[in-house]
Design a protein. Structure first.
Length: 283
């Protein structure tokens, strides 16, 4: 026996073994930016999670686990994904970088031994690249490589979400070339899955997916008001070669989160056309 078996079992909970795809819900936004709409209070968190049981995995922060541990218990329950990092990149208040020098910082919130002991299936960590100060990029590479190595020892899967440290400063940070660069770096570091932002079209994203040999999950970003756009983004992601989606606000902010999640599963796992999935939602 060794830890490879543990990782294979855990990945089998997160990625559907038949389709090789996954619909993961991200519900850990508070640790980075404070209380998010839809998950502001304990009551809202409990209400939201009552609609998320059909997901392949649900990501929470370490402090949310005691509130939600029963959600993960039992056969057929979602895989437990832990948001391993805190970061201050992209925050709307107390935003780093306003002095022209700071480019944001990150911190690891738990050891991998603690993660494994808690029964977590996968952790997600950020990888920021392209900083003006190259020592920051080096620190990020070393940090992520250490997390991958530590996770391998205890059989926990690793999702890396690479981002440009200068993303807010220009559209080039979301170009096919930049996304391809940092997704491939993530795979070569040893990520089991890579979560990445969408860059606008199937044509622009397909080269990103084809050059990253680790399965890619597309991030949802803001949303939740338009069910069709949520399902269309999932369908486009699959068409471009992604292995699934990792949506948060697009699901837990939706008027009918359970129905949207069911539609996402139909699109991702069954290749159901968007219009047909929408008709099922309305039926």
């Amino acid at each position: 026996m060794d830890s490879r078996t543990g990782k294979k079992i855990r990945l089998g909970r997160l990625l559907n073994p038949v389709t090789g795809r996954s619909v993961v819900i991200a519900a850990s936004h508070g640790v980075m930016s404070g209380p998010p709409s839809g998950l502001r209070t304990r009551a809202e968190i409990e209400t939201a999670f009552a609609h998320l049981g059909a997901a392949d995995g649900v990501m929470v922060s370490p402090g949310m686990l005691p509130l939600l541990e029963d959600f993960y218990v039992g056969r057929g329950r979602p895989a437990a994904v832990l948001h391993l990092d805190w970061k201050n990149h992209g925050r709307k208040i107390y935003t780093p970088g306003s002095d022209g020098r700071s480019e944001g910082v990150l911190a690891q919130l738990a050891s991998l031994e603690e993660v494994a002991a808690a029964g977590i299936d996968a952790v997600m960590t950020y990888l920021y690249v392209g900083q003006r100060d190259s020592t920051l990029e080096r620190a990020e590479i070393e940090r992520n490589a250490r997390i991958v190595a530590d996770a391998a020892k205890v059989g926990v899967a690793v999702i890396i979400e690479p981002r440009s440290a200068l993303e807010a400063e220009g559209e080039h940070a979301l170009s096919t070339e930049v996304l391809s660069l940092y997704c491939r770096i993530s795979a070569d570091i040893g990520a089991d899955l890579v979560k990445v932002v969408w860059n606008g079209s199937v044509e622009a994203f397909a080269p990103v997916a084809s050059t990253c040999y680790a399965p890619i999950l597309v991030a949802g970003g803001p949303g939740g008001e338009d069910e069709k756009s949520t399902l269309q983004l999932a369908a486009d992601s699959i068409a471009a070669g992604a292995a699934g989606v990792m949506f948060g606000r697009r699901v837990f902010r939706a008027e009918r989160p359970a129905a949207v999640l069911d539609g996402l599963r139909s699109v991702v796992h069954d290749d159901m056309p968007v219009d047909e999935a929408l008709a099922r939602l309305s039926g």
